[in-house]
Structures are given as C-alpha cells and as structure tokens.
Design a protein around this ligand. Sequence first.
Ligand code: HEM
Length: 304
Amino acid sequence: MLEALVSDAAQATVRALLFAGIMTVVGALCFAQRVAPAFDGDPAGAQRVRGRAQQVLRLATALLGVVLAWRLVQQAAAFADTPGEWPSQVSLVVTQTTWGTGWLVQGAAVLLVALSASPAFRPMGRQLVPLGIGALALAVTPALSGHAVGAPRLAPLAVTLDALHVTAAGAWLGTLFVIVVAALPVARDAAPGIGADLLARFSSLALASGGIVAITGLFASWLHLETLPALWTTAYGLALVRKLVALGGTAALGAYNWRVVTPRVRATGDISALRRSALIELAIATALVVLTAVLVATPLPAEG
Ligand code: HEM
C-alpha cells in the first residue's frame, strides 16, 4: 500500500493534483475580480454565485491539504532507507532542505486561502487580500522545486516566468472551471444579458492569459531544450510534444467557444452549448495538466 503511494505514478498524480489545485485557486481569484461582477445587477444571483465560488475554493483547499500531506510522505520516504521508515525523516525534510522550505510556503499559502474561503470572509472584498497573497504564493512554488530553479543559466528569469506561466494557466483554465461549476448553473436562470456579459469578461481574460502562457511556455521550452532536434530526439522533447498536442485541443476548443459559441449566446441568451463545449475543453485541459506533471519530472536533454 505504502509502495503504491510513493511510486513514480503516485508522484505524477500528486503533482497533477497540485497543479490543478493551484490553478483552481488562481481561477477563483480571477473569477471574483473579473467575472463575478457580471452578476452585479442581480443581487440574488450574485449571492448564489459567490456561495458556489466559495464552495469551489473550499474544495480546492481541502484537495491541496491532502496533496501537501501526501507529498511530504513521498519526500520523507525518498530520504528513508525503506519507505516504511518515512516518519523518521519528516522533521529533517521539513526543516533542513530547500524542498521543505517550499513545502512550508505552500502550507502557509493554503492556510491563507482556507481563511479567505471561511464564512468570516464572506463579503468578496474582504477575502481578496488573503486569497490574492495565497494564490500568488502558491503559483510561485512549483518553480522553486523544479527545472526552473535548477536551470544552469538565467535561473532567476526562469523562476519568474515559470511562476507567470502557472498564474496565467490558472487565470485561463482555473477561471473557466470556476465559471462552469459556480456561474453557469446560476446564469441559466438569471436575467438575459448576464450570460453574454460573463462571456465577454472571460474572453478578454482568457485571451490575455493564453498569450502569456504561450510566451512563457516558449521561453521555458527554449531554455530547457537548448537545441531544436532535442524536441524529437529526447524523452523530454517528446513529453513536451505530447503536452503541446493536448494544448492544441484545449486552444481549439477555446477558440471555438470564443468565435462560435459566444456570438450565439449573445444572440439567443442560451448558454447550454457553452456548458457542453467548456466541459470538453476542461476534459482536454485535465490531460494537459497530467502531461505537464510528467514533463516536469522528465530529465532535461542536458542531463540525459
Ligand atoms: C494552458 C496551457 C498550459 C498549461 C495549463 C500549462 C501548465 C504548466 C504547468 C502547471 C507547469 C509546471 C511549472 C513547474 O512545475 O514549475 C508548466 C511548465 C512548463 N510548460 Fe506549460 N502550460 C501550458 C502551456 C504551455 C505552452 C504553450 C508551452 C510551450 C510552448 C509550455 C511549455 C512548458 C514548459 C517547457 C514547462 C517547464 C517544464 C519543466 O519544468 O521542465 N506550456 N506548464
């Protein structure tokens, strides 16, 4: 049982869940700031949307709590002579390694996000400070324990752009997830025009975030691949190609939502087609996140 929890597959699973949790938290922040105001003219709808968004945030926080505990067991098991002896390594891993510092930052950030999702912070304005700090801190942490921080050249730039990459990915796909779960069920019964306004608000955010994801992703690809043939001659390059194929599907669905579904919603007020295509976009995005979790643990071409 413990072997399964610390296996390579389990480590990739935990990383994928970590990315998904971080992206959802960033999405909840962007949703509160940018998309939820579409419901300003409908106080009852706005209250329902806020309640549902808080629930999504609470679930993401619970997921991140489980992920952090699981990661600690995996890391401690990697330090122990046998996985079963992991408890004896916990304090060393947390207090005396850089990994442990990153883990503590993640823990503090998750606590801040949990605080922001508690009923005491129900009014949206008051929750934004702990949520904002927690979300941004979480978005920086993957860069501090992966290829970016270990890059032999341009490491500070790599860490900064990697954090931006994760933030923008969350602003796009995390916000879409919160919209589908928290806003679309309410928009269905809300005043006409709210669905179209919601989409207009999301489209500009998704376009800007998609651009940032592409630029920062290209930079990371250039930095880590070093040569173009490495894209098809190394395990790292091929893992990146698989991620880019999934990205193609996500981006194509996003473009379809933007160019075809959004004008239809604007004309008819019917958001059911949007829900369908957004769900497919999120399903492909899930594959993209899993492939990313494999990519970040694949040795770089220079290490191979
Ligand atoms: C919405 C689309 C995307 C999502 C959700 C996404 C997500 C992520 C995440 C979560 C990371 C992990 C960061 C870390 O652990 O430090 C990452 C890293 C990376 N991404 Fe993306 N990404 C997307 C698009 C792209 C694009 C378009 C490219 C290339 C053109 C790209 C190339 C990379 C590379 C090279 C890394 C670094 C992997 C490593 O550390 O070895 N990504 N991405």
